[in-house]
Design a protein around this ligand. Structure first.
Ligand SMILES: [Zn+2]
Length: 642
C-alpha cells in the first residue's frame, strides 16, 4: 500500500495479513504483546505467592489466587455464595430498602442506579469530592438501547438477563427479564451521551444532599448515602438532568422490576467468581457477543486479571482487587534502571520542546502562553512505579471463600477511598498499577504517569535507534503532555484548578482547530459504514496530533544539527513515522471495533495512525506525499496543535 493512500496499511499490511487473533481475545496489538510480557512476570509472582507461606502481603495475594484457582470447590458451591446478598434483595419491601442496597454497591457485589466516586475536586484543587453520576445500564452505552439497528443486540441481552435470573432461581424470569430491559431503556433515554459526559463545563454541578432531595425527589438520597458510609456536606453531580430523571424513574418503577434488576446485576457482577454455568453464560455475553472473542481465557489468566488487574476486555485499565500488592512484588524483580535514566532524559527534552513550541505558537495569546509555560513547568512526571499505593493490612483473605474475598477486598477499598474525604490530595497516588501497560495525565494534579510495564520492549528499548524511540515513546510522552491542552485539559490551569485562562481570541482559534479535527476524524471509516465519532474522540485525537508534532520536533533537536543515519535504506524521518505506525498496530474483531466506536474515547488504531500523520508537515517530506495522494491535506488545513 502506498504511504499516501493508507499509511497504517503501508506500515502494517504484512503484519495484519500474517496475524491471527487468538480465539480467547478480542484483538491483538503491540499492547497485547506488552501485556503478555507483563502477564508472564505477574503470573510467576502469583504462583510464587500461592506456593509460599501464608504470611504478610504475599500470603494474602497467594490465598486469593488459590481461592480463584480452586475450581472444584467453586463448582460445588454453585449459586450458594450469592444467597445472602440475593436474600437481601428478595426481602426488600420498600424503596428505601432498595436504595440502601444500592448504597452498598461500592463495597461489594450489589449494583446501583447511580455511581458514587471519591476523586480530586476539579474546582477546589488539593481536595477530594464526592462525585455522583448516572448509572444503571447493562449494555455498553445508552445508544445501544435506542439505535434503530440495535434490536438484535437488545434481544440477545434480554436472553442473557433471563439466563442469569434462571441460574439464581428468580421467579417468572422471562417476564422479569423483559421488565429489566424495558426499565434500562427508560434509564438510557434519560442518560447523557458519551461525548457529553466528558464535557468538563457541564459535569461539575456541586450541590448538597438536602438540595438533591429537593431537586431530585423520588430517590431516598440520605438513606443511599448513609448506606455508602458517606455523610457529605457537598456532592458534585455530573450528569445533572439525568440524575434528576433517574430519581423519578426509580420512584415510578414497580418494586418487582427494581428487585429483578438488582437480582440480575448482582449475578452479572459475581458470575466470574461463581460456578461454570455462571461463567459460561457471562462469557457468552460479555466475551463472545460484545467483544467477539471465541474462547474463554484460561483460568490462570482470569485469576490474574482479577487479582492483579485487567479485565477480559480492556486489559489495560482495571486496577485489580489487590493490584498494588502485586505491583510491589512485581517491581522487586522487573524494572530496568537504565530504562528509567534514559526516560528521564527523554521527558526533559520533550518538555523543553513543548516550551519552545508554546513560545512559537501562532494560535496562543501572550497571556495564554505565560500560563501554559507555568503549566508545563508544574507537570509532575512519574515513571515506573508510584511512591506508594493501596495497602491491604487487616483484610482477611481465605483460599476457601472466593466470593467473601472479593467482597472483603472491595469493602476495604471503598473504606480507603472514603477515608480520603477531608484529607489533602495524595499526589503520589496512581490510578493504575505499575504492572499495567498504560500512561495517563491527571489534569487536576498536573500528574503524568508512565508505568513500568509500558516501558519495556518492543515499546521501549533504551538501546534502540533514536528515530524509533521518538516515534514510539516520544509520541506517547507528547500525547500525555498534550492532554493538558486538549479540549478538556485546557480548562485546567498550572495549579490544576479549573478556570478560564484563555482570551476569547484563543478560544476562537482553538474552536476552529477542533472543528477541523472533528470533521476529518469523523470522515475516517474503520470498516464499511463504521465511522469514527469525531466528537467523542476529540481529546485523544488532539493529544495524538500534538504528541506526534512534539516528538518529531524533539527528534530533530536531538540530532544536534547532524544528519540522521540511513538504516536499512530508510531515513531517520521515515523510521520515525514508521515506528509510530508499527507501535500502534492492532488487529481487532469487528464486534470489538463496533463496541469501541460507541464508547471508547480513543480512535481505533488504523484511523488513529492515518489521521495523525497527515497533520504533521514532516511526514509529507519524508514520504514525498503530494496533492494527488488520498491522505494529502493542504498545509493551511493541518491542525497546528504545536
Ligand atoms: Zn490519551
Amino acid at each position: 500500500m502506498a504511504p499516501g493512500a493508507d499509511f497504517y496499511a503501508h506500515a502494517n499490511g504484512g503484519w495484519t495479513a500474517a496475524t491471527v487473533i487468538p480465539a480467547d481475545r478480542a484483538g491483538f496489538s503491540t499492547a497485547t504483546i506488552l501485556s503478555q510480557t507483563a502477564q508472564a512476570k505477574v503470573r510467576a509472582v502469583l504462583e510464587t505467592a500461592a506456593a509460599g507461606p501464608a504470611r504478610g502481603e504475599a500470603g494474602q495475594v497467594g490465598a486469593y489466587y488459590r481461592a480463584f484457582m480452586d475450581e472444584a470447590r467453586i463448582a460445588r458451591l454453585g449459586a450458594r455464595p450469592l444467597a445472602a446478598d440475593l436474600a437481601a434483595i428478595r426481602l426488600a419491601s420498600t424503596r428505601a430498602d432498595l436504595a440502601r442496597l444500592m448504597g452498598q454497591a461500592n463495597a461489594g457485589f450489589q449494583s446501583s442506579l447511580f455511581e458514587l466516586e471519591i476523586s480530586e475536586d476539579t474546582h477546589l484543587s488539593g481536595r477530594y469530592a464526592v462525585y455522583l453520576s448516572q448509572g444503571g445500564l447493562g449494555l455498553p452505552d445508552r445508544d445501544s438501547y435506542l439505535s434503530a439497528d440495535g434490536a438484535d443486540l437488545r434481544g440477545a441481552y434480554e436472553a442473557y438477563v433471563r439466563r442469569m435470573l434462571d441460574l439464581e432461581g428468580w421467579p417468572d424470569s422471562s417476564r422479569a427479564a423483559a421488565d429489566v430491559v424495558a426499565f434500562e431503556t427508560q434509564v438510557a433515554k434519560a442518560s447523557w451521551k458519551a461525548e457529553t459526559r466528558r464535557d468538563e463545563s457541564l459535569i461539575y454541578n456541586p450541590t448538597t444532599p438536602e438540595a438533591l432531595t429537593r431537586d431530585a425527589p423520588g430517590f431516598p438520597w440520605s438513606t443511599y448515602l448513609a448506606a455508602a458510609g458517606l455523610r457529605p456536606g457537598r456532592v458534585v453531580v455530573r450528569e445533572r438532568t439525568a440524575v434528576i430523571a433517574l430519581a423519578a424513574i426509580f420512584a415510578s418503577t414497580p418494586m418487582e422490576t427494581l428487585k429483578a434488576w438488582a437480582a440480575f446485576h448482582i449475578a452479572d457482577n459475581a458470575a466470574p467468581d461463581l460456578s461454570q454455568a455462571f461463567v459460561e453464560s457471562w462469557f457468552d455475553w460479555h466475551g463472545r457477543r460484545l467483544d467477539g472473542a471465541q474462547a474463554e481465557p484460561p483460568r490462570w489468566r482470569r485469576a490474574l486479571n482479577q487479582v492483579s488487574g485487567g479485565g477480559w476486555k480492556s486489559l489495560e485499565y482495571s486496577r485489580g482487587a489487590m493490584g498494588d500488592a502485586v505491583g510491589r512484588l512485581y517491581l522487586a524483580q522487573s524494572f530496568d534502571p537504565q530504562a528509567r535514566a534514559s526516560l528521564d532524559a527523554l521527558v526533559q527534552r520533550m518538555k523543553a520542546t513543548l516550551r519552545d513550541r508554546i513560545l512559537a505558537s501562532e494560535r496562543m495569546s501572550p497571556a495564554a502562553k505565560a500560563e501554559a509555560l507555568r503549566k508545563v513547568d508544574a507537570y509532575d512526571i512519574q515513571i515506573g512505579s508510584p511512591a506508594h499505593g493501596d495497602t491491604y493490612e487487616g483484610v482477611v483473605l481465605r483460599d476457601d471463600d472466593l466470593y467473601g474475598d472479593v467482597s472483603r477486598v472491595t469493602a476495604h477499598d471503598w473504606a480507603a477511598r472514603r477515608a480520603r474525604l477531608g484529607q489533602p490530595v495524595d499526589h503520589k497516588y496512581w490510578d493504575i498499577t505499575p504492572q499495567t501497560v498504560n500512561a495517563y495525565n491527571e489534569g487536576a494534579l498536573s500528574l503524568i504517569v508512565f508505568t513500568a510495564a509500558l516501558l519495556q520492549p518492543p515499546f521501549f528499548d533504551p538501546r534502540a535507534d533514536a528515530a524509533t524511540i521518538y516515534g514510539v515513546i516520544g509520541a506517547t510522552i507528547g500525547h500525555e503532555l498534550t492532554h493538558g491542552f486538549d479540549d478538556q485539559g485546557r480548562h485546567f490551569d498550572a495549579l490544576g484548578q479549573m478556570r478560564n485562562w484563555w482570551t476569547p481570541e484563543d478560544d476562537a482559534r482553538f474552536a476552529a482547530l477542533s472543528q477541523g479535527v472533528v470533521e476529518r476524524y469523523s470522515g475516517c471509516e474503520e470498516a464499511p459504514g463504521l465511522r469514527v465519532n469525531g466528537k467523542l474522540t476529540l481529546g485523544e485525537n488532539i493529544a495524538d496530533i500534538g504528541g506526534l508534532q512534539l516528538a518529531f520536533a524533539a527528534y530533530h533537536s536531538s540530532l544536534n544539527g547532524k544528519p540522521a543515519p540511513i538504516i536499512d535504506g530508510l531515513t531517520g524521518d521515515q523510521r520515525f513515522f514508521l515506528a509510530f505506525a508499527t507501535a500502534r498496530r492492532d488487529k481487532r474483531r469487528l464486534a470489538a471495533v463496533r463496541a469501541d466506536i460507541l464508547s471508547d474515547p480513543h480512535t481505533p488504531d488504523p484511523c488513529r495512525v492515518n489521521e495523525a500523520v497527515r497533520e504533521v508537515d514532516g511526514w509529507y517530506v519524508a514520504f514525498n506525499i503530494g496533492p494527488g495522494d488520498p491522505l494529502f491535506l493542504p498545509e493551511a488545513e493541518r491542525a497546528r496543535v504545536w
